[in-house]
Design a binder for this molecule. Structure first.
Ligand code: NAD
Length: 376
């Protein structure tokens, strides 16, 4: 019997992405799988059912999940959706188990083997499966467009018959995947760009993109080369240095994350109030609590003539490319799991073991066990 892979229609409100795009169905059939797609799964990327060639279209989730061995999604399923899934099937999706206890409990009850895309280890071999990076690239790019759209000034320097226009000063806080893409995009638009991060490696990366690195004298590297939370003393030192710089900027884009923690509050009310009237803040960590104290997730507010934008689920706003990139990440992971038309889960593979959440009725991932503790 060939393996059946199911592509459901995403159910989370506002989610336009889909886990597999029509152009990539061929990669699944090459693995020997048959593919079932739920009616309307591609609506958000303007892909009608007929474009999903060599697949079966299921009219609803019940029909889709009934005999599917592997279910691929973007957003975590609801508890109710898990009840329709086959016992012992495999689910691959963003899962955020620490935020979705009910869903994890249902996955355990149904002995579903679940893999969380956000837990794929950030190692060289797994780069092609790294959905956090692919989606952060989109968020970084789009954050600059959002800033430009909300600004009342040009980004590039212009010399025109109506006079010269100076370039906008754009400051990026957090030089990770999203921050680097934001620097590159703002530079392409002609802005004068500066950036800051607590990881010292980012100085060279910032400068290689033609931007200026702002040194606050605070460095904070944590586990696995990621940033750690700052001490109160470091926060004060950072705030003092940043406040002066931010007061000279037209745009501040914040992208600073600490894994497994709410977004650090870097941009205080006080700093925003010291900005130039008409300046714009785009806080792409809005749905993680925000890097700016004043951010309201999903809203654009005006505080003392400063516009503060708190976009949520930015990748969904570029659903076509976001889905294409996500689908490739997902299929590259499936390549590790399907051999000779059969599912082989190699628990000695750090990618498989690092991204699994539940298996055979238990939480298999030690990192997730620690995170959930007694909560389940
Ligand atoms: P992230 O989204 O967790 O954070 C974004 C950036 O914010 C990081 O660069 C972080 O240092 C910075 N930051 C955190 N707290 C800060 C603070 N208080 N002030 C200023 N900046 C702060 O990170 P990310 O973009 O997902 O990934 C960044 C890290 O992961 C880097 O070490 C990167 O090299 C690594 N990475 C490795 C791979 C790979 O090897 N496959 C892939 C992607 C990323």
């Amino acid at each position: 019997m060939p393996i059946t892979i199911a592509v459901p229609k995403e159910t989370k409100s506002g989610e336009l992405r889909t886990a597999i795009t029509p152009a990539l169905i061929g990669r699944l059939t090459k693995l020997g799988a048959t593919v079932k797609v739920q009616h309307g799964a591609g609506t958000g990327i303007h892909a009608q059912d007929v474009l999903y060639k060599n697949t079966t279209i299921a009219q609803n989730a019940n029909e889709l999940y009934a005999d599917s061995d592997i279910i691929v999604r973007v957003q975590p399923p609801s508890e109710e959706e898990v009840t329709h899934m086959k016992e012992n099937s495999i689910l691959i999706s963003f899962l955020y188990p620490h935020l979705n206890h009910g869903t994890v409990k249902k996955l355990l009850d149904k002995k579903i083997t679940s893999f969380a895309m956000e837990l794929i280890p950030r190692i060289s071999r797994a780069q092609a499966m790294d959905a956090l990076s692919s989606q952060a690239t989109i968020a970084g790019y789009k954050s600059v467009l959002i800033a430009a759209d909300n600004s009342k000034f040009f980004f590039p320097m212009l010399t025109t018959a109506a006079g010269s226009v100076r370039p906008a000063k754009v400051f990026i806080i957090g030089v990770g995947v999203a921050g680097l893409q934001a620097i590159a995009t703002a530079r392409r638009l002609g802005a004068q760009v500066s950036a800051y991060d607590v990881r010292p490696d980012t100085k060279e990366q910032t400068e290689s993109l033609g931007a200026k690195f702002v040194d606050t004298g605070v460095q904070a590297i944590g586990e696995g080369g990621y940033a750690r939370e700052l001490t109160a003393e470091e926060k004060d030192k950072q705030a003092e240095a940043l406040k002066k710089h931010i007061a000279t900027c037209d745009v501040v884009i914040t992208t600073a994350g600490v894994p497994g923690k709410p977004a650090p509050k870097i941009l205080t009310k006080d700093m925003v109030e010291a900005m130039k009237p008409g300046a714009v803040v785009v806080d792409i960590l809005a749905d993680m609590g925000g890097n700016c104290e004043l951010t309201k997730p999903g809203e654009t507010i005006n505080h003392n003539d400063i516009t503060i934008v708190g976009p949520i689920n930015i990748p969904s706003s570029m659903a076509i490319h976001a889905s294409e990139m996500y689908a490739r990440n997902l299929i590259n992971l499936l390549d590790l799991m399907i051999k000779d038309n059969a599912i082989h889960l190699d628990w000695n593979d750090e990618v498989i073991l690092g991204s699994v959440v539940t298996h055979d009725g238990v939480i298999k991932n030690t990192q997730v066990q620690k995170l959930l503790g007694e909560k389940l």
